[in-house]
Write a protein of this length. Structure first.
Length: 298
């Protein structure tokens, strides 16, 4: 400092500005710059603006160089099928397998085979802060361990049962359990209707948009009174009121005595659609005792 004047310091430039300049230098219009992207480890996933369609690979190369990524892939049409498999194509780079670190948890995945939503971080963090060490968690749609592993590592519950039917996701689930030393996670391969334990849980996690169809499995998994977290897509105007009422009614039909239902928005899914979770505090009624599913250990 000289004469009371602070020396100017170089500040990191906004990557969007750098990207726009690089695209212009490549002869691409500024509007060719993607509005947003998702970085998973050293892989960048983006939507290609229509104006850049004919030069998508040039766009991918510039994005990769500016963001120091190893691979850039295009999200072609979202996710599809019961396993929510991504529809992507590589624009630049080599290899779609990566390791993504989120809040200290390491997730290995292949972005061409497995979906990952960074927008769910707040929900994962909040859940891990609420589960107690003495409790048991059953995750009916564990994927690669999105919820199961952060809960297991942060909250240290006595056990987390993680059900997953997708063979590719299950392989990464097992790898991520080892990677994070989450020895209290029990991976269960197969449809949760067949694999989820009965009568063991204080928490049941349902992180799949088809969750309401499996509420009977969730109710059966409860030890007695517990919480069921039901994820779903709802019209914006239906959250919280109608979403709470509809999910609570479905849970009652599945054999639950619903004591409380509270909905919260996780993120915007589309302009008029919200990804929300309806948290039920419920008891397992007589009807919820029926069904197939192994019993957990005493």
């Amino acid at each position: 400092m000289d004469g009371g004047v602070l020396e100017a310091r170089d500040r990191p430039r906004d990557p969007r500005e750098v990207l726009a300049e690089r695209l212009a230098a490549e002869g691409l219009p500024r509007d060719a710059s993607p509005r947003r992207w998702e970085r998973l480890g050293d892989v960048v996933v983006l939507r290609v603006p229509s104006i850049a369609r004919e030069r998508a690979r040039d766009l991918g190369r510039v994005v990769g160089e500016v963001l120091h990524a190893r691979t850039v892939v295009e999200d072609v049409s979202g996710v599809h099928g019961p396993f929510r498999t991504p529809d992507v194509r590589v624009l630049w780079g080599d290899g779609t397998e990566t390791e993504h670190v989120e809040d200290g948890i390491r997730f290995r995945l292949d972005v061409a085979k497995i979906m990952f939503s960074s927008g769910n971080l707040a929900e994962r963090t909040s859940l891990a802060a609420r589960v107690r060490p003495s409790e048991v968690v059953v995750d009916l749609f564990a994927g690669i361990g999105y919820f199961a592993i952060p809960v297991a590592v942060r909250a240290r519950p006595s056990r987390v049962y993680a059900c997953e039917a997708n063979p590719a996701a299950f392989a990464y689930l097992e790898a991520n359990i080892r990677r994070n030393r989450a020895s209290n996670v029990v991976p269960l391969r197969g449809d949760c209707r067949e694999t989820a334990p009965a009568g063991v849980a204080e928490w049941v996690l349902m992180g799949h948009f088809d969750a309401p169809r499996y509420l009977d499995v969730a109710v059966r998994a409860l030890r007695d009174e517990g919480r069921i977290l039901v994820h779903g897509l709802f019209p914006r105007e239906d959250v919280p009121g109608r979403a709470e009422a509809e999910v609570a009614a479905a849970a009652r039909s599945a054999g639950a005595d619903v004591l409380e239902a509270r909905a919260r928005v996780v993120k915007s899914y589309a302009p008029s659609i919200r990804h929300a979770v309806v948290e039920l505090r419920a008891r397992r009624g007589p009807k919820g005792l029926s069904g197939r599913g192994p019993s957990g250990p005493p």
